[in-house]
Write a protein that binds this ligand. Structure first.
Ligand code: SF4
Length: 97
């Protein structure tokens, strides 16, 4: 089983895994991740986006659009330790005065 897990592709290592803001009202936003190659779909074909805090869990057995960002295994390890534990709300940056 361990060998099977090691062959998985982690989307966080792929150039198509993008961080996007999701408006939450009052100038605040959540962070979400999306696959800009359009591979994350709900059953009815609608695009699926995920909470940023779960990005390290996004993996797939095989993907014809995977493009490695060139980061080593330490990238995923560092990402796991730096991710927020829960879905956090962020304030939009103040406009320049
Ligand atoms: S292209 Fe494939 S590997 Fe890359 S983020 Fe999308 S589903 Fe994951």
């Amino acid at each position: 089983m361990e060998a099977e897990r090691e062959t998985k592709i982690f989307c966080a290592n792929c150039i198509h895994c993008k961080l996007v803001p999701s408006p939450a009202g009052a100038g605040r936003y959540y962070l979400r991740v999306r696959c800009d190659a359009g591979k994350w779909r709900k059953k009815l074909g609608e695009e699926k986006i995920y909470k940023y805090c779960t990005v390290a869990r996004r993996s797939i057995d095989d993907c014809d659009c995977y493009e490695d960002m060139g980061d080593g295994p330490e990238f995923l390890r560092d990402l796991r330790t730096s991710l927020p534990a829960a879905d956090e709300l962020y304030d939009a940056p103040c406009p320049a005065r």
